[in-house]
Design a protein around this ligand. Structure first.
Ligand code: ADP
Length: 239
């Protein structure tokens, strides 16, 4: 199938994530997103800012196919995830890392086991898993907490753990919802450094955030969402 967006924009083939005129209304009549279009290339770091209730989480849910749009289309590497089922959908999900706003950690499992699980389900070999878990927990300053149950960690530690888990498989796409909501400035910088390194390695990152310290400086793109309307993204030509 030819991408709708590729027909509208010949540059679209290079975009890993494309959203065209996404609309989402929650019952009874909450218009969470209105005609939202954006595109992000492989290795791009994009921040979505905007007030609470602006639609940021909803946009991430549609891109990650945790919800389906009422209008418009999402394309991931030129394919519409809404049309993927079964094994194809599972394969697509394995290429997406998600750092949820409420973490969704397994509370009784240790910090290390929470990250390792993400690698085990991707059939990574044991020594690779040990190395990658150690590397991520060290750089997110969770050293010494490896064997503690996730539920015993502070909120800031749980948040960093959720980011480590989302990043573990070097995903093609990383979606992060308020990734520094519980972090101080120093921990926020660790997260930003990790995002930059992942992006340099080809991971496309879309992060929803209020945190000006996170999106404030640097080369990345910043888009603004307010009342479901995204400030125009110059990467997508108006259709
Ligand atoms: P943000 O992440 O920017 O805070 P959200 O995407 O969470 O915004 O929410 C956008 C709007 O949609 C808000 O008005 C919110 O109350 C509403 N909303 C979000 N999820 C649901 C839901 N499952 N059911 C009904 N309304 C929802």
């Amino acid at each position: 199938m030819t991408s709708v967006i590729a027909m509208l924009d010949p540059r679209a083939a290079r975009y890993r994530v494309e959203c065209l005129k996404l609309g989402k209304t929650y019952p009874p009549d909450v218009a969470a997103l209105r005609e939202v279009s954006l595109a992000a290339a492989a290795g791009e770091l994009v921040f979505i800012t905007g007030p609470s209730g602006a639609g940021k989480s909803t946009l991430l849910k549609l891109i990650g196919r945790r919800e389906l749009p009422d209008q418009g289309v999402v394309m991931l590497d030129g394919r519409d995830p809404a049309r993927c089922k079964g094994a194809e959908l599972q394969a697509l999900r394995r290429r997406i890392g998600v750092a949820y706003q409420d973490f969704k950690l397994l509370p009784r499992l240790s910090a290390a086991a929470n990250v390792a699980l993400a690698l085990e389900v991707a059939y990574r070999p044991g020594d690779f898993i040990r190395r990658r878990v150690g590397e991520l927990l060290t750089r997110l300053e969770l050293t010494g907490k490896e064997q503690r149950p996730a539920a015993d960690l502070s909120l800031g530690e749980q948040q960093r753990l959720a980011i480590a888990r989302a990043a573990a498989n070097h995903p093609d796409l990383l979606l992060a919802d308020e990734p520094t909501g519980n972090l101080d400035a120093a921990a926020g910088r660790l997260v930003l450094e990790l995002f930059r390194e992942l992006a340099a390695g080809g991971t496309t990152i879309i992060a929803a955030t209020h945190d000006e310290k996170l999106y404030g400086g640097g080369e990345h793109r910043i888009l603004h969402l307010d009342a479901g309307i995204l400030t125009e993204d110059p990467h997508v030509r108006a259709a």
